[in-house]
Design a binder for this molecule. Structure first.
Ligand code: ZN
Ligand code: ZN
Length: 292
């Protein structure tokens, strides 16, 4: 197995030997908590979970980690960048250093040797198994500074990466204190678990199931179901064709709530240089709704 790691030449994050007990234990606890939540349902707990889901997945992962920190598809003031990054930690997908570096590696090697999570290595591999083995969830400083030098230079983002679990821990304590067990189970365990699966579905499902508008060299697909769960990240073929576009849902019917958030920031004067891909010149009923 050691040879395999060496074989993977310039491609980091692809060591596949050994079980990653931190991930196995953490994901197990969260899944058990998510099932337990079903026995403690209350409407207030459900709505608190919904708001936190939007904060973590849309503001945090979609607008923050992905479209801003990884692809720099728009420019907000620093305080907005940091606030979005803190929201991102609430999704329990690691700190921004790990997330950004891993995702840039995915774009560089998409569905080829070196992609940390391609379904060509197995559907379950791309969904969850890649995080349960090897060293995928440990972003060593060398790989991180190679793939995410901008993030590694930012002291706030580095510290946030080192202590990425702290904001979620604080929110969880507040949920328990002010709402009791139902708030904790729904607002943290159920909400985080669904969020993890919706991000993982972007890695798995939208690389083998859905439609392809653009003839990219990878297997990426557009998938409405994943797009709804992930606030727009499911328009993944659009995204691989135009990685720096802040807008992923390009047609008017391609629901992309993280794009709505970025438009709102832009309208409020809090996002500049917003990059927007356009639909290809329209055969088959394609309509462009926003000329840039
Ligand atoms: Zn992809
Ligand atoms: Zn991306």
């Amino acid at each position: 197995m050691e040879n395999k790691a060496v074989e993977a030449h310039s491609a980091p994050f692809v060591r596949r030997d050994g079980i990653n007990w931190t991930s196995v234990i953490a994901f197990s606890i969260f899944h058990i908590g998510a099932v337990a939540a079903l026995f403690f349902f209350t409407w207030p707990a459900f709505f608190v979970a919904l708001v936190l889901y939007w904060l973590g997945m849309s503001l945090g992962v979609g607008m923050g980690y992905h479209r801003l920190l990884t692809h720099r598809s728009y420019k907000p003031p620093k305080w907005i960048e940091y606030a979005l990054a803190v929201c991102g930690t609430l999704a329990l997908e690691g700190g921004p250093m790990f997330w950004v570096a891993t995702h840039r590696v995915h774009h560089q090697f998409t569905d080829r040797d070196g992609d940390p999570h391609t379904p060509r290595d197995g559907k379950w591999w791309s969904h969850i198994v890649w995080m349960l083995v090897g060293n995928a969830t440990h972003c060593n400083i060398e790989d991180c500074s190679r793939y995410a030098p901008d993030v590694c230079r930012d002291r706030f983002l580095v510290q946030l990466s080192n202590y990425h679990y702290v904001p979620l821990a604080i929110v969880s304590i507040l949920l328990l204190v002010f709402g009791g067990l139902p708030f904790l189970l729904w607002g943290t365990f159920f909400r985080v678990t669904i969020g993890l699966h919706s991000t993982w579905m972007v890695n798995s499902i939208t690389h083998f199931w859905g439609t392809r508008r653009f003839a990219t060299r990878d297997d990426s697909r557009n998938n409405l179901f994943v797009a709804i769960l992930s606030f727009g990240e499911g328009w993944h073929n659009n995204h691989h064709a135009h990685p720096t576009s802040a807008r992923h849902g390009l047609a008017w019917w391609e629901i992309d709530m993280s794009w709505w958030g970025i438009r709102l920031l832009e309208a409020a004067g809090l996002a500049k240089s917003v990059q927007v891909a356009k639909l290809p010149a329209a055969p088959a009923g394609a309509r462009e709704v926003r000329a840039n």
